[in-house]
Design a protein around this ligand. Structure first.
Ligand code: IPE
Ligand code: IPE
Ligand code: MG
Length: 262
């Protein structure tokens, strides 16, 4: 059904991303897409490669999906690159991932500046290496005034950790007399999260078959729609993305209210 709708097949080079997306109605797209980019290791295993080859392949996928978001005028894309739990992995894999982030910053920054991408990071960035922190600060600064897709990378990020940090800041404001406890509401919590200024997450995509959040954006996904696919992240093409977005566009979001009268 999907192939028929899009009149395209995987690997058909003449089919540009814009053609793939032309079937999507702009006003039915999510403002904020969050992606749990999972399955790099499983992809590599399936190819007879080492896990790190999967992470490298995953970077190519990410570049394509950022471009897709730009083409579709999606306001915000947030991706999960490294969780607060991922430090449990073998040191060699952690080291490789940190080196890959560093390489990504070096290689991609010019293109992001040019493509009007506004890059930002969430998570405990201050615990990363000084070199990586400097590259992140430089990239954020250079893309700060860009008005295109707000592309956020979660590194050393945990949803619980983010909430704990927000609670600490809010409670110190309360004890300092700067904030009245009774005035704490949704918007005050929002504004103390790493994602302050971004719209709520409308759509969460997780690749590679696991059906869980793994501590990603716990507060921000309160009313999100979810899409799980068995496709591993390195194989997730713009066409897969379009399929997910089409499904999102067909959903009825009620937010606790009733079905809209037709
Ligand atoms: C996701 O792929 C990338 C990171 C968590 C850094 P994985 O490395 O988790 O791949 P699988 O889940 O083992 O296949
Ligand atoms: C979630 O994937 C984190 C990232 C994609 C960065 P994991 O592979 O770490 O999650 P679990 O361990 O399967 O929950
Ligand atoms: Mg995984």
């Amino acid at each position: 059904m999907w192939k028929r709708l899009f009149n395209t097949t995987k690997g058909n080079d003449s089919q540009t991303d814009k053609d793939i997306f032309s079937h999507l109605e702009p006003d039915k797209l999510p403002a904020h897409v969050a992606i749990i980019m999972d399955g790099n290791g499983r992809w590599a295993k399936g190819q007879g490669l080492v896990r790190t080859a999967g992470h490298r392949a995953g970077v190519s996928t990410l570049k394509q999906i950022v471009k897709s978001c730009s083409d579709l005028n999606i306001e915000a894309l947030t991706v999960y690159a490294f969780s607060t739990e991922n430090w449990k992995r073998p040191p060699a894999e952690v080291e490789f991932l940190m080196a890959l982030f560093s390489e990504f910053m070096d290689k991609e920054i010019e293109e992001m500046v040019r493509d009007n991408v506004c890059l930002r990071f969430i998570g405990r960035i201050n615990e990363l290496s000084k070199v990586l922190q400097d590259k992140i600060a430089n990239a954020v600064e250079r893309t700060r005034s860009n008005t295109g897709v707000k592309f956020t990378i979660a590194v050393n990020y945990g949803g619980k950790d983010e909430l704990i940090r927000a609670i600490q800041t809010i409670s110190s404001k309360v004890s300092g007399g700067e904030l009245d406890a009774a005035s704490i509401d949704d918007s005050i919590v929002d504004s103390h999260l790493d994602t302050a200024g971004l719209p709520p997450v409308d759509f969460v995509i997780r690749t590679s078959g696991d059906i869980r959040l793994s501590n990603f954006l716990l507060w921000q996904t309160a009313y999100a729609e979810f899409w799980f696919t068995s496709t591993n992240w390195p194989d997730f093409t713009p066409e897969c993305f379009a399929e997910a977005l089409y499904d999102f566009s067909q959903r009825e979001r009620r937010f606790g209210g009733l079905k809209e009268k037709k």
